[in-house]
Design a protein around this ligand. Structure first.
Ligand code: HEC
Length: 85
């Protein structure tokens, strides 16, 4: 009897967890939204998604020279997300 009460709830949970982004992806996009949008749109960032790690590290270092405020931990997170295709 109880199982029928639980089923819709479980199905709902499954749909939510399958359709939403993974936690690390969410974290990376949150960092990009807060740190990479002062000077250009995030489109500029996502247009280059899938480029290799070395390119991203070099590019982000250039952004830091322009004045982007992002720490090493945040860089690691967004680089591993952005270098995946
Ligand atoms: C202080 C301003 C500033 C911030 C903050 C900033 N950028 Fe930029 N970004 C620029 C400027 C200026 C350019 C265009 C000149 C260039 O490509 O060097 C640019 C260009 C880019 C490009 C295109 C590079 C290419 O070769 O096509 C990428 C990718 C990029 N930024 C990523 C980022 C990421 C990721 C962040 C967040 C960590 C960020 N930017 C934050 C100033 C900034």
């Amino acid at each position: 009897m109880r199982i029928w009460v639980l089923l819709p709830f479980l199905a709902c949970l499954l749909v939510v967890s399958c359709s939403s982004k993974s936690p690390s992806e969410k974290e990376a996009t949150a960092i990009i939204n807060s740190k990479c949008r002062q000077c250009h749109t995030t489109g500029r960032v996502y247009d280059n998604k899938g480029r290799d790690k070395g390119w991203w590290l070099k590019t982000i270092e250039r952004m830091q020279n322009y004045g982007a405020k992002i720490n090493d931990e945040e860089i690691q997170k967004i680089v591993s997300y952005l270098s995946s295709s």
